[in-house]
Design a binder for this molecule. Structure first.
Ligand code: TMP
Length: 209
C-alpha cells in the first residue's frame, strides 16, 4: 500500500520542530513506519541547495533564483526520498513543502503565483500532501521565539511586514483547501496544541490508515 504524505507549515518560531517530533512519535506508536524529512533539504543534493539558499552571499540572490532553487531541491528530494518512501508504504512527514513557496516567494517576495503553480504542476503534478498542518501565530510572537534560537538565516532576516504577508498567504491557502489543511493555533499552550494535532492525526489514521 502507498504511504501517506503529511506536511507541516508555518512561519518562524511557531514550534514546527517540536510538533514535527510529536507527529512522528504519534504515528510510530500506532505502528506506522515514518520518514521524517524537510524542505529545502532531505537528500545530500537538496541539503547542499538549502545551504546556498539560506546563506548570506556577497552577490544578490533574487526571488526568481530563490524559487528555482526551492524547486530544484524539491525535485531531487521527491525523486530520491519522498516518492521511494511513499512507494514502500511509509508515511512521509515533511517540514515544509510547496505551500511555503507560495507563502514566502509568492506573497513574501512578490513572485507571480501562476509561475509557481506552473513549476509545481511540472515537478509534482500527481502529488500533494494528504494533510497539511498549519501552525499559525502572529509574526511578532513567532519571531520573538525564533530570535532566541540564534542567528537568523537569509530569509529569517526579513521584516514583520514580510512575515505578515507569509502568514496571510498560508491562511488564504488553508481557506481554499479546507480538506487538506488543518489550522492550529500555535499561540496556545503546547499541551493544547499537541492535543489538537493528536486529534487530527487520529482521524487521519482512521480515514487513511
Ligand atoms: P526552516 O527549516 O527553519 O523552516 O527554514 C527553511 C527556510 O526556507 C524558511 O525561512 C522558509 C524558507 N522556505 C522558502 O522560503 N520557500 C520554500 O519553498 C521552502 C520549502 C522554505
Amino acid at each position: 500500500m502507498a504511504g501517506r504524505f503529511i506536511t507541516i507549515e508555518g512561519s518562524e518560531g511557531v514550534g514546527k520542530s517540536t510538533n514535527l517530533a510529536f507527529v512522528c512519535d504519534f504515528l510510530q506508536r500506532r505502528g506506522i513506519e515514518v520518514e521524517r524529512t524537510r524542505e529545502p533539504g532531505g537528500t545530500p543534493i537538496a541539503e547542499a541547495i538549502r545551504e546556498v539558499v539560506l546563506a548570506d552571499h556577497a552577490e544578490a540572490l533574487g526571488p526568481d533564483t530563490e524559487v528555482l532553487l526551492m524547486f530544484a531541491a524539491r525535485a531531487v528530494h521527491l525523486a530520491n526520498r519522498v516518492r521511494p518512501a511513499l512507494a514502500a508504504g511509509r508515511w512521509v512527514v515533511c517540514d515544509r513543502f510547496t505551500d511555503a513557496t507560495f507563502a514566502y516567494q509568492g506573497a513574501g517576495r512578490g513572485v507571480d503565483p501562476e509561475w509557481i503553480q506552473g513549476l509545481a504542476d511540472h515537478v509534482h503534478p500527481d502529488l500533494w500532501p494528504d494533510c497539511t498542518l498549519l501552525l499559525d501565530a502572529p509574526p511578532a510572537i513567532g519571531r520573538d521565539r525564533a530570535a532566541k534560537r540564534g542567528e537568523p538565516d537569509r530569509i529569517e532576516q526579513e521584516d514583520n511586514t514580510f512575515f505578515e504577508r507569509v502568514r496571510g498567504a498560508y491562511l488564504a491557502r488553508a481557506d481554499r483547501e479546507p480538506r487538506r489543511f488543518r489550522v492550529i493555533d500555535a499561540t496556545a499552550p503546547l499541551e493544547e496544541v499537541q492535543q489538537e494535532i493528536g486529534g487530527v492525526l487520529a482521524a487521519l489514521v482512521e480515514r487513511l490508515g
